[in-house]
Design a protein around this ligand. Structure first.
Ligand code: G3I
Length: 304
């Protein structure tokens, strides 16, 4: 197959891109999205500050634009993200514990309810684990400080009730190395959730790389063995040329080798609009030309 989406579809996978509503007036951007990709994650438009800037007043302008375009093209949509410590409006941090719990569930109901039945995968909780801590340590945030570590489980239970048709994901960065403490913590949580019947359907490996770790594929496999899908959710790899292309190939081949690795999303289309300013981490250059990395990903999706 000659496009990323069509090549991924041969094995039943999707190949998505993060899309920003602020670039939808760039016709080359939209044309490239439509031609190459079979999935989308709104880059910022479904986050709390965008969707509920003041309490119980929901706004879906940018997100609706992306969702309706994606639906018209039959793309899979990943919802991103419901409960995160960042991009939170200031009213949230001022709440008491019981009020915060009510607000969290109300936010999940409001956003998931608006898109009920339309989102394949939801990133329910994003980036809750600490960097460089002991196994299982969570990042200190308004969530842990007021609700304790149980906020993750509470969020997943509320999410299942809000849209039973959506697959519910835990999404994080630096959980790519099979043996890292952060990875072990997430692994133990998923295992525990599965054992106790807490709803969880997938793990998102963000994969903002310099280089994928050598055990990346076995890491994907160890999560899949717990009975969850694995998605590569925010892939971008710094650098250029053949080094970058080789890293992209290894990541794609690792996903292709594990049947429950059901899709890959790159965190943007073109280097021109990447959040990693000063780097060139994506598959299309600033003029929307295909890079070497594009070719290696396409090859790998085609079984090469
Ligand atoms: O919308 C405002 C605009 O009104 C204002 O004029 C402008 C001036 O700074 O800021 C705009 O908001 C920016 C927003 O992106 C939209 O462009 C924010 O400042 C900026 O902080 C925000 O950055 C986003 C970042 O998440 C915020 O945490 C990036 O675009 C987005 O790519 C990035 O995505 C995250 C994932 O959600 C989670 N994983 C890591 C990943 C990369 O950081």
């Amino acid at each position: 197959a000659s496009t990323l989406g069509a090549a991924a579809a041969q094995s039943g996978r999707y190949f998505g891109a993060a899309i920003s509503a602020s670039h939808l007036n760039d016709s080359t951007y939209v044309a490239t999205w439509d031609r190459e990709f079979s999935g989308v994650t709104p880059e910022n438009e479904m986050k709390w500050d965008a969707t509920e800037p003041s309490r119980n007043s929901f706004r879906f302008t940018g997100a609706d634009q992306i969702v309706s375009h994606a639906q018209s093209k039959g793309m899979k949509i990943r919802g991103h993200t419901l409960v995160w410590h960042a991009q939170l409006p200031s009213w949230v941090s001022g709440l008491s514990a019981s009020d915060l719990r009510t607000a969290m569930v109300n936010h999940i109901n409001g956003v998931m309810g608006h898109y009920k039945g339309q989102i394949t995968y939801w990133d329910v909780v994003n980036e809750a684990f600490a960097d460089g801590g002991s196994v299982g340590a969570l990042r200190s945030s308004v969530w842990t400080q007021k609700l304790g570590n149980g906020f993750i489980e509470e969020a997943f239970r509320a999410a299942r009730a809000a849209d039973p048709s959506a697959k519910l994901c835990y999404n994080d960065y630096n959980i790519d190395d099979a043996n890292a403490n952060k990875t072990r913590g997430v692994y133990n949580m998923v295992k525990d959730f599965k054992a106790r019947g807490v709803p969880i359907d997938c793990v998102g490996l963000q994969s903002h790389f310099g280089n994928p770790p050598s055990n990346y594929q076995s890491n994907i496999a160890q999560f899949a063995a717990l009975g969850v899908d694995v998605n590569i959710t925010e892939l971008d790899i710094g650098g250029s040329g053949s080094t970058q292309a080789d890293a992209y190939r290894r990541v794609t081949q690792a996903c292709m080798a594990v049947s429950r690795c059901t899709g890959i999303t790159v965190w943007g289309i073109t280097d021109k609009y990447s959040w990693r300013s000063g780097d060139t981490p994506l598959l299309f250059d600033g003029n929307f030309n295909k890079k070497q990395a594009y070719t290696s990903v396409l090859d790998a999706l085609n079984g090469g």
